[in-house]
Design a protein around this ligand. Structure first.
Ligand code: LRH
Ligand code: MN
Length: 430
């Protein structure tokens, strides 16, 4: 059992930064109060913000070419939970972990639930996996899972998703996320409508297995592993499926699953308007589904997405309560550092969107004063809200500077001792 980050070390390191933080917080507070904004109210909202960590993101990721394992990698869900607890101890906004099955499968789910309780962690959305065949699997997913022409493969995929719901019940989760790689590589290989009909038929059986208080999140993706067509290729196919299935089915937006330059914030606005926004997989990308650290390339886009989300809160949009989660692959950084950085980046986008002067914006929109509309958003985006994020962490018992405390703790080196590298470079995202 790798040691949690010592609370004494967090306090010691915070003490070195607290005076400067208080000065900066005061200065920002003065600036915001001139605009009629109470900084403490914003900090309180920042403290409520939560974003889930993907269990598979705590290990070093790779590509189809290679994966270069890092020091002290978590080898199973127990060690992934330990690392997730460290991330939450320092960032104080990642108390939920999203598992992936069968990667995180255990024999005793009550023991897993007990362990997460001891680590003050909760379980977020359950991710099923019908994009890989398991050893000895009778009916392959090579030509698809929920949309496969083979009823036997479809039944296997359906049963796996129903099993995932059972695992989720044992962990007190309330959501099943279904992403499938089903699609084709050659024009003509698949009958688009028949394939979609088979997918919907399968999903209806899974939907019928949902407890009344659960949601089913459908994740679209432009391509990969299929390179000509994908069964749920874009938000259009996604929302059509969610509407066809029923009120508990909603659409999940993984930022990296869109072509470059797609206006994702407008897709978010549409899904909000039609009460079909289930949640997000935050990450960043330049070309394909790169799964890079959130906000590392397009922080303004991430802010604009939160501008839509905060606007919905501001308008008290009915049936609005999307789930936030990271979905990243850390090939060259320490996954714990990247996940803490990314959680703070998404929290920053939320806080920046909270200080947008929405009344003024509405006025300029009505007056078609395009320049001032853009300036209102830019002003919020360019205001450095770091003191609010740091104060929110400090007041919740986290670290003002999570990376500095983590590095000082020597946690990774200790994990390296306790979790000898099993070698096996291999390839693949996890
Ligand atoms: C697909 C995806 C999906 C997960 C997988 C690990 O690209 O984004 O959300 O199941 O990554
Ligand atoms: Mn995803």
């Amino acid at each position: 059992m790798t040691q949690r980050i010592d609370k004494g070390l967090i306090a010691e390191e915070n003490a070195k930064l607290e005076a400067d933080l208080k000065e900066d917080y005061q200065a920002l507070g003065n600036k915001l109060s001139r605009e009629g904004i109470n900084i403490d109210e914003i900090t309180a909202k920042a403290q409520e913000f939560q974003i889930a960590v993907p269990s598979w993101g705590t290990g070093t990721g790779g590509t189809r070419f290679a994966r270069f394992p890092g020091e002290g990698e978590p080898r199973n869900i127990w060690e992934k939970l330990e690392d997730s607890a460290v991330i939450n101890d320092l960032s104080q906004c990642t108390e939920r972990v999203s598992p992936h099955f069968p990667w995180d499968k255990v024999d005793d789910f009550s023991e897993l639930k007990q362990t997460s309780d001891n680590l003050n962690l909760k379980w977020d959305s359950i991710n099923s996996n019908t994009f890989q065949d398991q050893p000895g699997q009778e009916h392959s997913f090579k030509y698809g899972s929920l949309s496969n022409t083979s009823q036997a493969s479809r039944d296997l995929a359906i049963q796996h998703n129903l099993d995932c719901i059972e695992y989720g019940k044992a962990l007190d989760s309330k959501t099943l996320t279904v992403w499938v790689g089903d699609g084709s590589n050659h024009p003509g290989q698949q009958h688009f409508q028949h394939a979609f009909e088979r997918y919907l038929e399968s999903m209806k059986t899974i939907y019928a297995g949902l407890p009344a208080d659960w949601e089913l999140h459908i994740e679209h993706k432009m391509f990969e592993p299929a390179f000509y067509s994908t069964i749920i290729q874009d938000w259009g196919s996604n929302v059509l499926a969610a509407m066809e299935l029923g009120p508990q089915a909603k659409s999940l937006v993984d930022l990296g699953h869109h072509a470059p330059n797609v206006n994702i914030e407008m897709i978010v606005s549409r899904l909000i308007q039609f009460k079909k926004l289930g949640g997000f997989h935050f990450n960043d990308s330049k070309y394909g589904d790169d799964d890079l650290d959130s906000g590392s390339l397009h922080p303004y886009q991430q802010f604009l997405i939160f501008n839509e989300l905060v606007d919905a809160e501001y308008r008290q949009q009915a049936e609005f309560g999307p789930n936030y989660m990271l979905d990243q692959s850390h090939n060259v950084t320490d996954p714990i550092e990247s996940l803490m950085n990314s959680a703070a980046s998404v929290q920053r986008s939320y806080v920046s969107a909270l200080i947008v002067d929405r009344e003024k914006l509405t006025g300029y929109q009505t007056a078609n004063d395009a320049l001032m509309c853009s300036n209102i958003l830019k002003k919020a985006f360019t205001t450095d809200v770091s003191p609010i994020l740091e104060m929110a962490r400090l007041q919740k018992g986290g670290a003002i500077d999570p990376i500095a405390v983590y590095r000082k703790s020597g946690y990774r080196a200790q994990a390296g001792v306790e979790r000898p590298n099993t070698g096996g470079n291999g390839s693949g995202i996890v």
